[in-house]
Design a protein around this ligand. Structure first.
Ligand code: GDP
Length: 308
């Protein structure tokens, strides 16, 4: 990308899109295009194509998606599969029709099989059954990957796909019914501290292990890959280290300053037992994540406090 290239960030209000915009601006890219939901409903194909016809973006970051935690995925499976399939299809196809130079599609680590060997390598895609709690979302993301690869093969486009691990940071969703675990724990510990509660409820057994990437690190990786990666194969983006939900809860409690106990609610689902990405491909390409987890949680908590 040149500093004056026209760059469209789809989903610029979201956790990932807003971090990509911050990173682009900080890096001196000045010709950025966005549309709010009110201005452009990405589920309407004709409107998306009219927007591409008018703006002709050269580079596209496809960070628009319907996302949510374990409960939201099981409660709204139709919305997760429909919205993601339609949004990504509209943007990928319009990028082809209106000759975008390059597109970066954001997938997710949940595309890998439930019982995938750990850490999960890019080649494990489609090698086993998916985790049922987020299968509709994962199937949509897998369709997006295959669409990018198929367009590259048939039309000679340059559409790359990036698979981030669990993300967190400024701009996260802190609604306890739909959020992922990390923002949920920040909020629960904060409210317990303020309310003087003796304990905090953590869903499941606390035994599943998850890897967490600070969203500004992901944005940095996305710019790096947009500028330096041109192959058809997907690329994992993570930190290469995981911890149990139990350990995570203890760390969040420490950052927030909550001194009470953890109470595990076994009626809530654990989800997939392990979800650690193999990041050796990205490391070999010359990129690694910078933000230690505790530091990232501190920044995310600070952002949460500023929103209150
Ligand atoms: P997943 O990575 O797709 O399973 O999504 P989540 O981030 O929603 O959940 C990760 C793990 O954290 C699961 O084992 C959850 O049961 C557990 N967890 C513990 N407490 C919470 C909570 O308050 N909210 C959420 N979303 N998950 C929690």
């Amino acid at each position: 990308m040149k500093k004056d290239s026209k760059i469209y960030v789809a989903g610029h209000h979201g956790l990932v899109g807003s971090a990509i915009v911050r990173k682009l601006k900080d890096s001196g890219y000045e010709n950025l295009v966005f549309r709010t939901y009110e201005e452009l409903d990405l589920e309407r194909q004709a409107r998306v194509e009219a927007f591409f016809d008018q703006e002709r973006p050269e580079y596209v970051f496809l960070a628009a998606a319907k996302v949510g935690g374990i409960l939201a995925n099981s409660q709204f499976p139709a919305e997760f599969i429909y919205s993601n399939l339609v949004i990504q299809t509209n943007i990928i196809h319009a990028s082809y029709l209106y000759e975008a130079k390059k597109l970066l599609f954001l997938g997710s680590s949940c595309i890998y099989p439930k019982h995938c060997p750990q850490p999960m390598k890019e080649e494990h895609l489609l090698s086993g059954y998916l985790e049922p709690s987020n299968e509709p979302y994962a199937v949509a993301k897998i369709a997006g990957i295959k669409m990018c690869q198929s367009y590259n093969r048939q039309y000679g486009t340059r559409f790359i796909s990036v698979m981030p691990t669990n993300l967190y940071g400024p701009g996260d969703n802190f609604d306890l019914k739909t959020s992922h675990v990390l923002p949920a724990l920040i909020r629960k510990f904060h409210e317990a501290k303020i309310g003087g509660d003796k304990s905090v409820e953590v869903w499941g057994t606390g035994k599943p292990r998850r890897e967490f990437l600070y969203v500004d690190d992901l944005a940095d990786a996305c710019l790096y890959l947009m500028n330096n990666y041109d192959e058809n194969d997907i690329v994992n983006v993570g930190v290469g280290k995981d911890q149990s939900i139990w350990e995570l809860a203890e760390m969040v409690g420490k950052v927030v300053g909550f001194k009470g106990d953890l109470r595990f609610d076994h009626t809530k689902p654990d989800g997939t037992p392990l979800k650690l990405l193999d990041v050796s491909k990205l490391t070999a390409l010359g990129w690694h994540a910078d933000t230690p987890l505790e530091e990232g949680i501190r920044r995310a908590y600070q952002w949460y406090l500023e929103q209150l």
